[in-house]
Design a protein around this ligand. Structure first.
Ligand SMILES: Nc1ncnc2c1ncn2[C@@H]1O[C@H](COP(=O)(O)OP(=O)(O)OP(=O)(O)O)[C@@H](O)[C@H]1O
Length: 257
C-alpha cells in the first residue's frame, strides 16, 4: 500500500493551471522522482502534499487517511518532512544548533536524547557535515547548507521525505554520497519523493519516476522506461533526432526552457 497518494490533483492560479489532474504515489522503502521542465508544476505538487497549497480539485491520502484538509503542522507531526529549494536554516545559529532546534521543535524535550534516526551529531555525521558543527550556518558553503537542510529535516524523523532540488550546490562527490544516503533512508522504510534536475542522480537512485509537463503527468515508470519514452525525450530529456548517439543515455542532457 502506498504511503502517499496524490489523487487527481488540480491547482489553478487564476487562469494558470499549475497542476492538471496529477496522480501518483510514493511508497515506503522507495525513492520516487518527480521531474519536468521549469514551471511544470513540481513545487506546486509539493505544496499541495505538505498542505501549503489547497488543491482546486483532488485529494491527498497519507497513511490511508484523507489529509487534504489537514494544515501543514499536522502533516509534519504525522511524519511529512520537506526540504526547500530556498535554504531555510537560521543563519546566526551554528550548524549543530540548527539541527538541535529542528529536533526539539518536532520531538519536544525528549528529542534532546535522540530519536530513532539518531542524535544531533549522529545526524550531522550521517549527512557528512559533522566537521562544520560549530560553524555559523550563514558561513558555510551552499552545498553544505543543503546537507544541513536535510539533517534538519531528518531531525523530525520523517516517514515521507520530500526533497526539492536537494543536490543543487553539491559537487560530484557530495552528490554521490547524497545518493547513497537516500538509498539508505529508503532501505530503512522512508518514502522519498524528490524533485531534481540532476538526471544522473535521478536515474541512478529512483525506483519510479513521474514526469510533469504543463501540470500533467506525461509519463510514469522506471528509469529505463522514462529514458526510452518519446514524449519525455521531447518535453524534457533533450537530444537531437539526427544525433546518432541519441539513445546513449550517458549523453542525455536536461532541457530547462
Ligand atoms: N502562487 C502562484 N501564483 C500564480 N502562479 C503560480 C504560483 N505558483 C506557481 N505558479 C505558476 O504555476 C506554474 C507551476 O509552477 P511551479 O513552481 O510549481 O513549477 P516547477 O515545476 O516547480 O518549476 P521550477 O522547476 O522552475 O521550480 C508556473 O507557471 C508558475 O508560474
Amino acid at each position: 500500500m502506498a504511503l502517499l497518494e496524490v489523487d487527481e490533483v488540480v491547482v489553478r492560479f487564476g487562469g494558470v493551471t499549475a497542476v492538471n489532474e496529477a496522480a501518483f504515489t510514493a511508497d515506503r522503502g522507495s525513492i520516487t522522482g518527480l521531474i519536468g521542465p521549469n514551471g511544470a508544476g513540481k513545487t506546486t505538487c509539493f505544496n499541495v502534499i505538505t498542505g501549503l497549497q489547497k488543491p482546486t480539485k483532488g485529494r491527498i491520502r497519507y497513511r490511508d487517511r484523507d489529509v487534504t484538509g489537514w494544515p501543514v503542522h499536522k502533516r509534519a507531526r504525522h511524519g511529512v518532512g520537506r526540504t526547500f529549494q530556498r535554504l531555510e536554516a537560521f543563519g546566526s545559529l551554528t550548524v549543530r544548533d540548527n539541527v538541535r532546534v529542528a529536533q526539539e521543535i518536532h520531538g519536544g524535550p525528549l528529542a534532546w536524547f535522540g530519536r530513532s534516526r539518531g542524535g544531533v551529531d549522529m545526524l550531522l555525521d550521517r549527512v557528512g557535515i559533522l566537521d562544520y558543527a560549530d560553524e555559523r550556518a550563514d558561513s558555510i558553503p551552499t552545498g553544505t547548507a543543503r546537507l544541513l537542510e536535510l539533517a534538519r529535516c531528518l531531525a523530525s524523523d520523517p516517514q515521507l521525505l520530500l526533497l526539492d532540488e536537494p543536490s543543487s550546490g553539491l559537487d560530484e562527490t557530495e552528490t554521490d554520497a547524497f545518493g547513497e544516503l537516500l538509498v539508505e533512508l529508503a532501505g530503512e522504510g522512508c518514502a522519498v519523493l524528490m524533485v531534481e534536475h540532476d538526471m544522473d542522480l535521478v536515474m541512478s537512485v529512483c525506483n519510479d519516476i513521474h514526469v510533469l509537463d504543463f501540470g500533467r503527468i506525461i509519463a510514469s515508470g522506471t528509469p529505463a522506461e522514462i529514458r526510452a519514452d518519446a514524449d519525455v525525450q521531447r518535453a524534457y530529456l533533450g537530444y537531437s533526432e539526427s544525433d546518432e548517439s541519441a539513445h546513449d543515455t550517458s549523453v542525455m542532457e536536461v532541457v530547462t526552457p
